[in-house]
Design a protein around this ligand. Structure first.
Ligand code: NAP
Length: 280
């Protein structure tokens, strides 16, 4: 298949890497000419350039730009696509992108490969990044069967775990498991930093180990990505934060009241509820 990748960064570059290894022809478009040169040099793209017109002969296009320019790029790309081309995106939020892009291209289907690293750019691209990881497709009733079938086949070739749901369900689910944890974890880091006694603060820093590393990891990541998640998934994130705030209040009250039995029951529920979220 001749596959176009627009945005040769971590996700786009990783897709180009695996799809070219699978025998597909990869034509890439990126913002900076040096990124295109690197993709050609690495052999993960067969043709690459900065002009979206390069996408006029491909069968499938993966939009892999940052979220903030995804819709603008899709609208600029559409006039170059050949009839019947499948267009998909890899954005971490689905409802606003699907609503903005789908009316402009019949063969559009939203997607989200749920894999990544803390790094960015083509240099950070990896092979097999998507293997055994969730890949969500968000077809709608108007999505043509050929677009869904093509994407299902490619997701299977990447050996990712396919999930299908509505864009809205995707956004609510990722608010719980991805976007809420970023805010919670950043709040934890910020709250710890409020310790007024410098000696206690430096002792806490010295003693911090795996527990703090685990709970602070996603809050200490790329601020730009966190802002994008909040901007594009604002409603679902605010709803999840509201529920989270209530749980924190509940825990505070139990501790204030010294209601250890109720606190134990609350922690027991958390102990039992965690495994279905954690697969390894
Ligand atoms: P990234 O490493 O920064 O890659 C995006 C690349 O897009 C940049 O390297 C840039 O390349 C290129 N670009 C920027 N503006 C462009 C434009 N107007 N036209 C064409 N290319 C442009 O970011 P990423 O982590 O791969 O994320 C890309 C998308 O994947 C985002 O929408 C994100 O929501 C989604 N996603 C990310 C992850 C993750 O963990 N990172 C996971 C799943 C999905 P040059 O400037 O070098 O040309």
């Amino acid at each position: 298949m001749r596959i176009g990748i627009v945005g040769l960064g971590l996700i786009g570059g990783s897709l180009a890497w695996d799809l070219s290894c699978l025998g597909h022809q990869i034509w890439g478009v990126s913002q900076r000419p040096e990124t295109c040169d690197l993709a050609l040099k690495q052999g993960i793209a067969h043709r690459a350039g900065t002009d979206l017109a390069l996408m006029n002969q491909v069968e499938v296009v993966f939009l892999c730009t940052p979220l903030g320019v995804m819709v603008k790029t899709a609208l600029a790309l559409v006039p170059h696509l050949q009839p019947g081309a499948v267009l998909t995106d890899v954005g971490s939020v689905k409802a606003p992108l699907v609503a903005a892009i789908a009316p402009h291209w019949p063969g559009f289907i939203g997607g989200h490969p749920m894999a990544g690293t803390a790094e960015q750019g083509l240099q950070a691209a990896q092979s097999q990044l998507f293997r055994d990881r969730p890949y969500v497709l968000t077809p709608q009733t108007i999505t043509p069967a050929y677009a869904l079938a093509t994407m299902v086949e490619l997701v299977e070739q990447l050996q990712a775990n396919l999930h299908q749901c509505s864009p809205e369900h995707h956004d609510r689910a990722v608010a719980w498991i991805s976007h809420l944890p970023v805010v919670v974890s950043a709040s934890l880091i910020s709250a710890c930093g409020q310790e007024p006694d410098p000696q206690v603060l430096s002792l806490a820093r010295a003693l911090a180990s795996s527990g703090f590393r685990d709970t602070s990891r996603v809050g200490g990541g790329n601020p730009e990505l966190g802002v994008m998640m909040a901007r594009f998934n604002r409603e679902a994130l605010l709803s999840a934060l509201g529920e989270y705030q209530q749980e924190l209040d509940r825990a505070c009250k139990l501790i204030h009241r010294e209601d250890w039995a109720a606190l134990a029951a609350w922690l027991q529920r958390a102990h039992e509820d965690r495994p279905p979220f954690i697969k390894d």
